[in-house]
Ligand binder design. Structure first.
Ligand SMILES: [Zn+2]
Length: 101
C-alpha cells in the first residue's frame, strides 16, 4: 500500500500487514502514524492482502456482492480474515466503534 508522508509528501510503500503499525518515512524519517482513516480498496486481490494480513479487527463497508452482500450499507468486521459479525443498514458511529474495540 502507498501512504503519503504528512511531513514531506513523499510516497511510502507500506506492507498491508503493517498498516496498523507506526513507521518512518523513507525520505524525511518523520513518523508515519498507524492508518486511522478509511481505505478504498478496488480489487479482490488488494482486499485479501489487507484483510488477510491485518493483526487488528477490520471494519468493512461493502459495495460488492462478496460475503453475500445484497444491500448497502453493509458492514462486516473481520478478525484474522474471518467474519466475526455482519450488519446491514445505517449504524451510529459509537456502535461501529464497539464492534472493533
Ligand atoms: Zn517524509
Amino acid at each position: 500500500m502507498i501512504r503519503k508522508c504528512s511531513a514531506c509528501g513523499a510516497a511510502n510503500r507500506v506492507p498491508a500487514k503493517h498498516l496498523a503499525d507506526k513507521g518512518r518515512c523513507g525520505s524525511c524519517k518523520a513518523v508515519l502514524s498507524p492508518l486511522s482513516e478509511p481505505l478504498d480498496i478496488a480489487s479482490a486481490m488488494e482486499f485479501d492482502e489487507v484483510v488477510g494480513g491485518a493483526r487488528v479487527p477490520v471494519l468493512v463497508d461493502f459495495r460488492a456482492a462478496r460475503f453475500g452482500v445484497r444491500s448497502i450499507p453493509n458492514f462486516v468486521v473481520l478478525r484474522e480474515g474471518q467474519v466475526s459479525m455482519q450488519q446491514a443498514g445505517l449504524v451510529p458511529r459509537a456502535v461501529m466503534r464497539s464492534w472493533v474495540s
